[in-house]
Design a protein around this ligand. Structure first.
Ligand SMILES: C[S@@+](CC[C@H](N)C(=O)[O-])C[C@H]1O[C@@H](n2cnc3c(N)ncnc32)[C@H](O)[C@@H]1O
Length: 211
């Protein structure tokens, strides 16, 4: 129901979070920037308010909620209405697809990656940024989700869940980077530079290639 979807009704509240937690946002942006692929036809799936797309040079987004999509469009992103599980995109038409903190909101994890695989051309990449269930932020959000209008809809996946779903869809994992490696309480004190791997971070970025 549209009037029960907070990304339709309370999207300004969602978007304002990035101003309140600017150093977390900048740490996350740096981590995604570290794994940007070659230029080409890029799309962000679940583009939300376009906070990442507009800074990363992603010109097109897919988004099911028309409310939050208005903010992405104001930030200059072209938004196609649609869902990760049924992308409004042609086969092998995309050089890189991004999923940034959207995985926990999709309805079907496996279908999300098989659809991404379908639309990405051979040699292209999927870039996934997520908060793992098995991380300090993932544990915190899991605890407070019941009282949060956005996270009560979320399903947090472990790193293993995500890597397995990507691999099962046919992607080859190329590289991971991480940020927000300290405690959630201190994460907004300073911008953190990304580091290799995914053992410690609460925000993990994975780049995987379609052979
Ligand atoms: C936490 S927001 C992330 C938005 C943006 N990627 C960002 O990082 O700011 C999650 C977004 O996923 C969208 N979403 C929910 N279900 C989806 C689905 N099945 N397919 C694609 N996007 C979905 C929501 O409407 C929302 O805009």
């Amino acid at each position: 129901m549209k009037d029960q979807n907070p990304f339709e009704t309370h999207y300004c509240e969602y978007d304002a979070w990035f101003d309140s937690y600017d150093k977390i946002y900048r740490s996350e942006l740096l981590a995604v920037q570290e794994l940007l692929p070659k230029n080409g036809n890029w799309v962000e799936i679940g583009v939300g308010s376009g906070r990442f797309a507009s800074k990363l040079g992603i010109k097109t987004g897919v988004e099911p909620a028309e409310g939050i999509a208005t903010l992405a469009m104001k930030r200059g992103v072209t938004v196609l209405k649609g869902r990760a599980e049924e992308l409004p995109l042609d086969d092998e038409s995309i050089d890189a697809a991004f999923l940034i903190t959207t995985l926990c909101f999709v309805d079907e994890l496996g279908r999300t990656f098989t659809e991404a695989f379908r639309v990405i051309r051979p040699g292209g990449a999927v870039i996934v940024a997520f908060i793992p269930q098995d991380s300090p932020f993932g544990e915190l959000y899991g605890r407070i989700a019941g009282e949060d209008r956005f996270y009560r809809l979320a399903t947090f996946y472990t790193k293993e869940n995500v890597f397995t779903a990507m691999t099962q869809a046919g992607f080859l994992i190329d590289r991971t980077v991480q940020t927000l490696t300290g405690s959630p309480e201190q994460a907004n004190d300073a911008v953190e530079a990304p580091t290799e791997g995914h053992a410690k971070g609460s925000f993990i970025v994975v780049r995987a290639n379609k052979p």
